[in-house]
Design a protein around this ligand. Structure first.
Ligand code: NAD
Ligand code: TYD
Length: 354
């Protein structure tokens, strides 16, 4: 049956991949993309669907109660998919309040608006509605050498970013526990792929290598992340919306643990062998470690495999090639967002960024 999706943060990395994935996959859906267009939001990612009648864009802050209520009043929204967030750990260390505002208060505002719009009686909601909170494995804290995060691992966030995401998760859980609002929470590992803002490790290293800039390695570079190809994540979100049991949490991981140095060397070697033979290891620069740096993340995505049939389909060797090729073939995308050219274009088109 045709569904209307309210996607927040759809101009960011995962949100834009999700919108493209869903419009590619389903003819009969409608997507309303609500994005504040912070530095991380880039409508250029969605240029190919800009005039698609199934897609519309509203520039708004998820903390803005009136703006969000208007959207629910104007359309029969079936699904909320909440990507909107301040998402970069390093920025959260510099400015935690911005993370509390969007990630915690913004999520609560959305939960309230969805509850008000969908409620038909005491703890009863319109059929077929769901609030999906896109969360992160970082809420579980850091692992030692062994073990994996499962859905019952206690929350132990360390950075202001992961603490804000954990707080948001608790509010989502509270709306299920208290009001029976149909919700799911997904907690995914580090995503990679096209349209990721070049402050995150993989696009930053690709961009810096292509431009002969130094490659900053925090501390010893032996921290481990579990890398998940973004399209596989989008599929997991789609399956969770359709078949996830209300109130459940699903971990989404890539079965793909790599040290940061491995990632950096993979990118450097690819560019050296295929694009620019003049780059070499001398670009690698060890810098001061991130404060409170989590050592290892790793997810056991057994529950989502068992209950929903999802598994990570893209092996790292394929995903990283697709990613490298995309950034190399779309160098102007990175150049333009770092130079602000699209920002000016979209300021003229949609009004000034806040
Ligand atoms: P991103 O930073 O690329 O995009 C965030 C988007 O949210 C941007 O378009 C931005 O303009 C928008 N936004 C920010 N504040 C807003 C506000 N107040 N109102 C409306 N829009 C606002 O982030 P991403 O990497 O695409 O991450 C999406 C979600 O997935 C986040 O919730 C993040 O916590 C989660 N997540 C990301 C990863 C990852 O590896 N990127 C891993 C786990 C979880
Ligand atoms: P990042 O992409 O910021 O994701 P997260 O912190 O959410 O996992 O960083 C991934 C890893 O790479 C993390 O261990 C920090 C490290 N890192 C560097 O070593 N150098 C860098 O310049 C960046 C941005 C990250």
């Amino acid at each position: 049956m045709s569904k209307t999706y309210l996607v927040t943060g759809g101009a960011g990395f995962i949100g834009s991949n999700f919108i493209l994935y869903m419009l590619d996959r389903y003819d009969d859906i409608r997507i309303i993309n609500v994005d504040k267009l912070t530095y991380a939001g880039n409508l250029e990612n969605l240029r190919s669907v800009q005039t698609d009648p199934r897609y519309s864009f509203v520039q708004a802050d998820i903390c803005d109660t009136a703006a969000i209520t208007r959207i629910f009043e104007a359309d029969d929204v079936d699904y909320v998919v909440n990507f909107a967030a301040e998402s970069h750990v390093d920025r959260s260390i510099l400015d935690p309040e911005a993370f509390v505002r969007t990630n915690v208060c913004g999520t609560v505002n959305l939960l309230n608006a969805a509850k008000n719009a969908w409620q038909t009686g005491d703890d009863v909601y319109r059929d077929g509605v769901k609030f999906l909170q896109v969360s992160t494995d970082e809420v579980y804290g850091s692992l030692g050498k062994d073990g994996f995060f499962t859905e019952s691992t206690p929350l132990d966030p360390h950075s202001p970013y992961s603490s804000s995401k954990a707080s948001a998760d608790l509010f989502v859980k509270a709306y299920w526990d208290t009001y029976k609002l149909p919700v799911n929470i997904t907690r995914c590992s580090n995503n990679y792929g096209p349209y990721q803002f070049p402050e995150k490790l993989i696009p930053l290293i690709i961009n810096n290598t292509l431009n002969h800039r130094s490659l900053p390695v925090y501390g010893d570079g032996l921290q481990i992340r579990d890398w998940l190809y973004v399209r596989d994540h989008c599929k997991a979100l789609d399956m969770t919306l359709s078949n996830g049991r209300p109130g459940e949490i699903y971990n989404v991981g890539g079965h793909n643990e790599r040290t940061n140095l491995f990632i950096i060397n993979t990118i450097l070697n690819y560019i050296k062998n295929n694009v620019d033979p003049s780059v070499d290891e001398s670009l690698i620069t060890h810098v001061r470690d991130r404060k409170g740096h989590d050592r290892r993340y790793a997810i056991a995505p057994d529950k989502i495999r068992r209950d929903l049939g999802w598994y990570p389909e893209t092996p790292f060797e394929k995903g990283i090639l697709l990613t490298l090729e995309w950034y190399i073939n779309n160098r102007e995308w990175t150049d333009n967002i770092t130079s602000g050219q699209y920002r000016e274009y979209y300021d003229n088109m949609y009004g000034v960024h806040s």
